[in-house]
Structures are given as C-alpha cells and as structure tokens.
Design a protein around this ligand. Sequence first.
Ligand code: PLP
Length: 382
Amino acid sequence: MDKRFETMVLHSGIEKNKKPINSKVTPIFQTSAFTFNDLDDLEGYYQGEGNYLYSRVGNPNTDELGQMVAAIESAPAGVATSSGLSAILAAILSVVRSGDHIVAADDVYGGSFHLLKEELKQLGIETTFVSFSDLQKVEQVMLPNTKLLYTESITNPLLRVEELASVVELAKKYGVATLVDNTFATPYHCTPFTLGVDLVVHSATKYIGGHSDVTAGVVVGSNDLIEKARAKVVNLGTNVSPFEAWLTCRGIKTLALRMKTQSFNARRLAEALKGNSNVSKVYYPFQHAEAGYGAMVTIELSKNIDINQFLKSLSWVKIVPTLAGVETTVSHPLTTSHRALPPEANEALGITREVIRVSVGIEHPEDIILAFEHAIERSIIQ
Ligand SMILES: *Cc1c(COP(=O)(O)O)cnc(C)c1O
C-alpha cells in the first residue's frame, strides 16, 4: 500500500506465487475458455474461488491490467476494456440510464463527444456540454435528473488542467457522480480517485500502453461501481483480448520512466518555443510542476509560417493522429480530431489552422527542440 509510484508500476499485478510454474512475468493466457474437472470444480467457480470460466467474462491478463491501473490510481478496483471509448461507455452506463442527464465539459475528446451527442442520445441519455473552466456555468445547467459530471484531468488539445477538487465538491452538493478521463495526465501526475472522483477512465492506447501498439481502455473506481462497469463490459462484449492486455501491462512497467522523461522533455520544448518569435502561443501547464506536467505541448505558429511546409520540414517527427508513444509526433487538430466541429466552434475554442499538437517522446530534448526550430526556420513565408 505504501509503495512509491516507481515501485508500484512493477509490483502491482498478479502476485509472484500465483504465477504458473513460477514464471517471472505473467504468461499470456491466450485461451477463450477454461476447463473444469468435475461439478465441484465448476461450482467452485460460481462460489468465487478465483478460477476462470470464459475469457469475455474474465481472463488473468485482462484482470491483471485492471488491477495494475487500479493500483497506480490508488483505487480499489479496475476493469480493462477493448478501447478507451468502450471504457468511457462502460463507466457512463454504470451510473446513468435512459431518461438521465449528463453534464460534460465542452472540450472532451472528440470520440467521447460523439458518443454522448449521438449514440447515447439515441438511447435516451441527454448531455449538456458546457465549459468547465467556470463551474458556476456547470451548476446552472444541472437538472433534477442530472446523474453525472464528466470531464478530463488535462484537456485536448489546449491542455487546460481541471480543478478536480472543485468539480467533486459541486457533484457532492447535488449527489451526482463524477467521471474523469485521466488519459493525458496519467496517474504519474494525477490520481483523480484520491480527490474524490467516482470513476476514472483511460485510453490505455495512449500513455498506459505507451508504445503505440495496442488499443485498450481501463475503468477504475470503488468495488461497487467497478462491478457495475464490469457487467457492462461482459454483457456488451467490449472486453480486451489477453494479448492486448498483456502488452499493455508490459508497457505499464515503464510508465514512471517514460512520464518522467517525456514530461521533462515536453517542458523543455515548451520553454524553448515560448521564446521563439514565430510561435504566437504555447499551451503547457507550466504552473503545475517544475519538472513538467504531462508530455503534450500545443503551439500556435505565427501567420507568417507555411503550416504544410512546417509539417513537411519536421524530418523524423511524423504526423500521427494519436499521441503518447515513445516517439515525438505531431497532429493537426483542425483537420483531424476537431474536423467534425463547425468552424465557429473551433474558432471559439482557439483551434486555428496554425495550431499544432505535439506529443513529446523520449528522444534527447536538444534533438527535439532542434527539429522544431529548424522546421520553423524552413517554413517562414518571405
Ligand atoms: C484516445 C482517447 C480516447 C479514446 O481512446 P481509444 O483507445 O481510441 O478508444 C479517449 N479519451 C482521450 C483523452 C483520448 O486521448
């Protein structure tokens, strides 16, 4: 319980003496089902003796992923899912049903926005989107049937850090549940459950996995709520495969190392670009930590920069519509993640053609800074 983060990422899965033939790491249980010797054995499963039945319902690798993320989030329980989006769906459906109302931050991840606005609306769940930077506005749109407040610990792409303690306070005042997407911050920087948030979700596709080779999600929270979320995962069939769960657990072991380096590099890049006369804005939570707070940096280049030329000049830094890998990558929010939003909405959010989102990797910080400085120099419109 009192292990530090760097220790916990390595020692929070299945206990060593429970691993088959004492293997050092948990093997991949690539099996769809489990066998039973007799009816007593089968009965034992239903009495909760800890063995397994069928991999959609439970599997050692998927359980290990849920447990590891719960441990590093300091929450009692967790359940792994097939993607970040299915984690969000399971979390929402564990506290909300048809006829209920949700208040969500207007800058939530695009896929989450669509899930709420289209899919859940068709199922009779209404959502009001509002800026969470002014919680009075959130309070004003809450209704008697509001069941959930939903936001992100660090938002995309402008990296606003949410005042989670205040969100929790507001929710508690009305007896409403809270859901926080902690994908960008990761439990290395922020543990929403310890601040009183009911359900925390991750796109494990991002930093939890960390190597851009899996699609997975996790929900963590109290035992009670996670049992409900697990029932949704089992019944909707949104479980993650044993292999993807295993790869994700492998990634978690270096989460502390990766976040430390990536956040440090991100802060260095943000500071360097802040002093560049061809960068008009740098979005980074500077105020939160001297050693960096998260590995995302968003910049707005000046109007005298040819954006396409800039992206072409980044050499080894590739354009990728995702984030959080060990390599530094960039994305162009206006034409990818925020493409579906009306121009006025993007304008209001500050997402212009000049906005570039950088997912900072583990390369040498000087090389990262040079790649950006060179690309800027090569794309100035004369
Ligand atoms: C990527 C992402 C998601 C969705 O995750 P998938 O694994 O792609 O389903 C949700 N929230 C945030 C903040 C994300 O970055």
